[in-house]
Design a protein around this ligand. Structure first.
Ligand code: GDR
Length: 360
């Protein structure tokens, strides 16, 4: 007997959700295995920084080199680990980038999912393993808000199309072969561990830098975009809950509150005691400090996407009713958590101690 309650395999374990999920599962007595792409090992300090910041080391879980686009190695890994639960979080997750690398996006986000589904069948594990697929609100695309499990999908990006194909593969294999496979249709979920190429972290890092005097102006693209932003910590719990159900199904996870990028900027600057006043329109729009008139935010045309999703607002009623899932963090707590974490990070990088005094 190993002493572990269950074994989980997480693809994409080095990402934001992978780290929080690994932490969550280890606390629940799971033996956790993670699939790590080769480039996370080129500079392990950087590639595995999210895991180490959560106190997760090689001793607390087992990491395997591999790639979801290599179907044979995926099957070999599943055969070796024999997991009870697989969480497929590996993805090219930057929607903007998917416009410049659409084929790679489909390879990773669609064929990678197919590799896992086929491996489960090949190994005759349909009845012994449960699969969570990281589906996305981006699949709704231009479908009118609010969106739930019955909303027709209208994806607007190669990323959304690739995730939607993977979603349908999961449903098809579930229906055709009886797999316990569930799609979590997750709306945007953020945290201090979010990559700096996503808008929320880009904003909070810039705000902390402006406060510390190491940054001048924050340049952004589409300020009018509206998103339903939750906290990744809440969402990984929802992933786990989906796999604890007797019957597999698809669930939306969202906060049910939506805010624009512009509002995120305002709230983030409020954390450091600055109030933004907007003027101008389109690429000429600027945000200035109300008190001093200092330029803090400008718009950069190169940061706009060829096509953007305008309004995402999720209805997570089904997850509330059937999984008893409710978020703990809403917009204000999320922004505060992220700005404060970036202030502490900057302070530490500058050699300060942890007794950082918040001024906002
Ligand atoms: P999104 O997240 O595309 O919703 O996908 P992102 O934070 O990248 O963009 C949100 C909105 O902000 C606008 N925006 C900018 N975005 C970025 N990245 N950088 C900018 O400078 C900027 N300025 C404005 C964007 O145009 C967009 O409208 C995220 C990812 O995590 C996906 O993998 C996941 O599936 C979905 O959330 C749910």
């Amino acid at each position: 007997m190993s002493g572990f309650k269950k074994t989980a395999l997480i693809t994409g374990i080095a990402g934001q959700d992978g780290g929080y999920l690994a932490e969550f599962l280890i606390r629940r007595g799971y033996k956790v295995h993670g699939l790590i792409r080769w480039d996370s090992y080129v500079d392990p300090q950087d590639g595995l920084k999210r895991l180490s910041s959560l106190g997760l080391t090689d001793a607390s879980m087992t990491l395997h080199h591999g790639d979801v686009t290599d179907a044979q190695s995926v099957a070999a890994l599943i055969k070796q680990v024999r997991p009870d639960e697989i969480y497929n979080l590996a993805a090219l997750s930057q929607v903007g980038v998917s416009f410049t690398t659409p084929a790679a996006t489909l390879d990773i986000n669609t064929k990678g999912t197919l590799a896992i589904l086929d491996a489960i069948r090949l190994l005759d594990m349909e009845r012994t393993v449960r699969l969570y697929q990281a589906s996305s609100s981006e699949m709704f695309g231009s479908a009118p808000a609010p969106q739930d499990e019955h909303t027709p999908f209208m994806p607007c990006s190669p990323y959304g199309v690739a995730k939607l194909a993977a979603y349908w593969l999961v449903k098809t294999y579930r229906d055709a072969y009886g797999l316990h496979a569930s799609n979590g249709i997750l709306f945007n979920h953020e945290s201090p561990a979010r990559g700096e190429d996503f808008v929320t972290r880009k904003i909070t890092k810039a705000v902390a830098g402006i406060e510390a005097g190491s940054r001048e102006v924050l340049k952004l693209g589409n300020l009018d975009s509206i998103r339903d932003w939750g906290h990744a910590r809440d969402y990984v719990e929802g992933m786990w809950l989906m796999l604890q159900q007797d019957v597999p199904d698809d669930y939306v996870l969202a906060t049910g509150q939506a805010h624009s990028v512009r509002e995120f900027v305002e709230r983030a600057f409020e954390q450091i005691g600055m109030h933004i006043v907007w003027s101008g329109q389109g690429v000429e729009e600027t945000g200035r400090d109300k008190r001093t008139g200092r330029l803090l935010v400008s718009v950069d045309a190169s940061l706009f996407r060829p096509k953007d999703v305008h309004h995402l607002l999720g209805n997570a009623r089904k997850a509330q009713d059937r999984l008893n899932w409710l978020p703990r963090y809403y917009f204000d707590d999320l922004v505060a958590d992220m700005v404060n974490a970036d202030r502490v990070l900057l302070w530490r990088e500058a050699g300060g101690d942890s007794a950082w005094k918040m001024t906002g």
